[in-house]
Design a protein around this ligand. Structure first.
Ligand code: GUN
Ligand code: FE
Length: 479
């Protein structure tokens, strides 16, 4: 039996399969020496648990009245090298932004000292902001990508690291590899990282997107993912201009989704960023394959790419997580992703309402001018469908940032909430931190306090961060 390493008493907030947000007050949670959650029970069971697990009640760590634990957040899509220009270069659409800012920046990561400096900053910043799991894109450079892997390991972040693969680049041809080199380097990256035996840092196959990969490269990466049983990440249907270019580049394919699926890149271990313009037909391919979408609302707005209809993705039963997409998104904060996901959904709600009103007007005109029942009922169906539209609640957004992200990355058997036997990836939240950006007024219901933190909180409220039971923030002594 595992031995008890930590016992906490206080409030625990998490999502479960059946509940978007469960608030457990006056509970005790035990973490074992392996970092796994041993028990989570009502505090009335304390004496019984202390005997069963052999711990000293006096050594229990007590949370103060308004503090609470929540699961660590899962950033399902972030570009580590782009951290250097995060918050700037925000005034171009996707393809221009890639050409003018992104590719010239990423190209510089042949410099391993630059990689070490920048990557240690992004790992620290994301951890401090509560990202316990990050799914990173690095650059095309294998050695610099390995530096990122080493740093996530040293700082104790759970991470997937993608050495980016690209053998085509019409707009910035300097930043590519040959097809063979890309495959060879991807395989070298996988082999070297595997041999490091990092329990919580793993390689992920990373074709950049449709416009940077030949069919041959896509297909060989699909084969590589299969050979090593690896996860896959890329971008899909982010902007209209991008989709048009992809369909021109791959005339034998019927959709962007097909470009990936026919090359074995759409599996139950795939996470695709954006998907703003995926049709229901494409979403059904995602569902059938078990592939996930990373919703990156900040980036979608910042690059004027589009909006993902989250409600429809949920309705279509496609796995879904949230991502910051730094530096298309201007912040590493997953709390921002929560807020922007809700706001995007509200914008879509407003658009639906507007369309609903227009439909009603049309229907009224049809009633007057057109006796044909068929048309009338079709219009009515549409109106009813619009009525269905429900804004994403903050409970749902919270779930997407935690359990949803872990489902999207296929690690929900390991992390994502406080179920017994999962690893303890957690944030200790103090809404009353000395320099807190918001006020807590007396006797506020717990649920409102959690909502306030989601809307107004930041890293000042994140008192401690745990990954697999180990306290990683405040930072310990790293190399
Ligand atoms: N599509 C291809 N590369 C990128 C990138 O770096 N960021 C975003 N947002 N989209 C991309
Ligand atoms: Fe991206």
């Amino acid at each position: 039996m595992d031995t008890v390493h930590h016992v906490f008493r206080g409030t625990f907030v998490h999502s479960t399969g059946s509940c978007d947000m469960e608030i457990l007050e006056n509970h005790i949670l035990g973490v074992g020496s392996t970092g796994k959650i041993l028990f989570l029970e009502d505090a009335r069971e304390l004496a019984k648990l202390a005997i069963k697990w052999g711990f000293d009640e006096r050594k229990m760590e007590e949370l103060s009245k308004n503090e609470f634990f929540m699961p660590g957040m899962v950033d399902t899509h972030i570009h580590a090298p782009q951290y250097s220009f995060m918050g700037s270069a925000m005034d171009r659409p996707l393809l221009e932004w890639l050409e003018h800012t992104t590719f010239p920046t990423e190209e510089k990561y042949t410099d391993l000292q630059l990689a070490k400096d920048l990557y240690s900053k992004v790992v620290r910043r994301t951890l401090k902001n509560g990202t316990t799991t990050a799914c990173y894109f690095a650059t095309i450079h294998t050695d610099a990508s390995l530096v990122l892997a080493d740093l996530t390991y040293q700082y104790g972040q759970r991470a997937f690291i993608g050495k980016v693969c690209m053998d085509s680049n019409k707009t910035y041809p300097k930043y590519i590899e040959s097809t063979d080199q890309s495959i060879e380097e991807a395989e070298r990256f996988i082999e070297v990282l595997k041999h490091k035996n990092y329990a919580r840092v793993q390689p992920i196959i990373t074709p950049r997107f449709g416009l940077s990969c030949s069919e041959k490269l896509l297909s060989q990466l699909g084969t590589l993912a299969d050979k090593y049983e690896l996860r896959i990440q890329s971008h899909i249907s982010e902007s209209v201009a991008e989709i048009e270019e992809v369909l021109k580049t791959f005339p034998d394919y019927n959709s962007y989704t097909e470009v990936y699926s026919k090359n074995k890149l759409l599996t139950k271990k795939t996470v695709m960023a954006h998907g703003c313009y995926l049709t229901d037909e494409e979403l059904s391919v995602f569902r059938t394959k078990g592939a996930a979408i990373s919703h990156c609302p900040n980036s979608n707005i910042s690059l004027c790419s589009g909006h993902l209809d989250v409600r429809n993705v949920i309705k279509q039963n496609v796995k879904l997580g949230l991502g910051t997409d730094v530096a298309g998104g201007y912040t590493v904060s997953m709390l921002d992703a929560v807020r922007k996901a809700i706001e995007t959904s509200k914008i879509l709600f407003i658009q639906h309402k507007k369309r609903e009103k227009e439909n009603r007007k049309k229907e009224a005109n049809q009633n007057e001018n057109d006796a044909e029942n068929e048309i009338k009922s079709a219009a009515q169906d549409k109106v009813e469908k619009e009525h269905d539209y429900k804004v994403l609640s903050y409970h749902e957004a919270f779930k997407l940032a935690t359990l949803g992200g872990s489902q999207a990355l296929n690690i929900d058997h390991i992390t994502g909430n406080f179920e017994v036997n999962k690893e303890f990836d957690a944030l200790l939240i103090n809404p009353e931190a000395e320099d807190s950006p918001f006020e807590v007024f007396c006797n506020i219901p717990k649920e409102d306090m959690v909502q306030k933190f989601l809307y107004l909180g930041d890293d000042r409220n994140i008192k401690a961060v745990y990954v697999a039971g180990r306290c990683v923030v405040p930072f310990q002594n790293q190399a």
